[in-house]
Design a protein around this ligand. Structure first.
Ligand code: TXA
Ligand code: MG
Length: 324
């Protein structure tokens, strides 16, 4: 049992402390632009084992290795296609994870027994400086318990993992707010394994070739399971046309609401959160809104179904899983 300490990402001394904990084989929750990660030194097998224990995550689920820059790609991967460098140039540091063939030294514990490795450069300059200075590659799944909502603020991590880890590095709210897009570069065609902030179109514009986005994956990827990203409160996705009716039936009956259109009966209601009808802005506040509504311990949360346009795909994916 730890007395979890909150360390400030913007204080060099606090960053040093976080780095020393990691070098000593402890777990530290770290801020990234997508969601908070539960980090361990990627070269330390016993530290990696702690991640699975704390998260209660099945150990065949592979982890993303966070690196300080594209110049470290060949420390972790082999047979790297040119495409990987093109994508790195366009999107790193940023919310894109690439699947490549792993180098021989990469432990099974990271890759879940697969011949591949997931790599990403998070967009947090202070974190990258720390990783570079201490030569740390960091495995970091989202810092939530298995199947629960990802954290986008240090306080979400603190609430759910207090006592289980020695420290949270607090870098404020995550600006992107949804987990990275995962692209597999080991198939014939680049293939999206997890929808995220970088869309198929973004990728195709840079690669000048078609990017596949299959519906079903055979790889053990928790983000692809049906139940994932769930609030504790039972949550329902409701078509826009039916939302007004649901409000009438359930308002003031111990329910929370998340919506983007105007519903007169919800104006000023403490039970409702209205987000912008803009995919990026909506995504950046989605998890924190759900964490908040969840903390009010309603009997149910009703969520207005997002628009069907392609820029909403990652949001659609997370909401389908949150309400499954
Ligand atoms: O934005 C993010 O990606 C966040 C932040 C912390 O970087 N991390 C994150 O990690 O979402 P996690 O563990 O919650 O999700 C990682 C996903 C899982 O779905 C896992 O199965 C997949 O990456 N993955 C990891 N290695 C893989 C591999 N070699 N092949 C296929 N999928 C892989
Ligand atoms: Mg996760």
């Amino acid at each position: 049992m730890f007395q979890t300490e909150v360390l400030d990402l913007f204080s060099p001394l606090a960053c040093q402390k976080a780095a020393e904990l990691l070098v000593d084989g402890h777990l530290v929750a770290i801020p990234t632009e997508t969601v908070y990660g539960l980090a361990a030194d990627a070269k330390n097998k016993s530290a990696i084992a702690k991640i699975f224990e704390v998260k209660q995550r099945p150990n065949n689920h592979p982890l993303i290795v966070h690196i300080a820059g594209a110049f470290e790609l060949d420390l972790w991967a082999v047979n790297i296609p040119k495409m990987a460098y093109t994508l790195a140039k366009a999107f790193w540091p940023g919310p894109l994870t690439m699947i490549l063939y792993k180098a021989a030294h990469v432990p099974e514990e990271i890759s879940g027994g697969l011949p591949t490795i997931a790599l990403r450069v998070p967009n947090k300059p202070q974190l990258l400086d720390m990783m570079h200075k201490y030569k740390l590659g960091l495995v970091a799944p989202s810092a939530n318990l298995h199947k629960k909502l990802s954290p986008t603020e240090a306080k979400h991590v603190y609430k759910h993992l207090y006592g289980l880890i020695p420290a949270v590095l607090d870098g404020g709210s995550c600006s992107v707010g949804l987990e990275s897009t995962i692209i597999d570069l080991t198939q014939g065609k680049p293939t999206i394994l997890r929808q995220g902030p970088i869309t198929k179109k973004d990728l195709e514009d840079v690669l000048h070739c078609e990017v596949a986005e299959p519906k079903v994956h055979h790889i053990a990827a928790p983000g692809n399971m049906h139940i994932h990203y769930q609030p504790y409160t039972k949550s329902y996705l409701v078509a826009s046309e039916e939302f007004e009716g649901i409000i009438k039936d359930t308002h003031n009956k111990n329910s929370g609401f998340l919506h983007y259109d105007n519903f007169e009966s919800l104006t000023g209601s403490w039970q409702a959160i209205k987000l912008e009808k803009n995919a990026e802005e909506y995504a950046s506040l989605l998890y924190s809104s759900l964490h908040y509504l969840d903390s009010l311990e309603f009997k149910a949360i009703y969520i207005q179904a997002p628009p069907l346009e392609p820029q909403w795909k990652a949001v659609q994916d997370r909401l389908m899983k949150a309400t499954n």
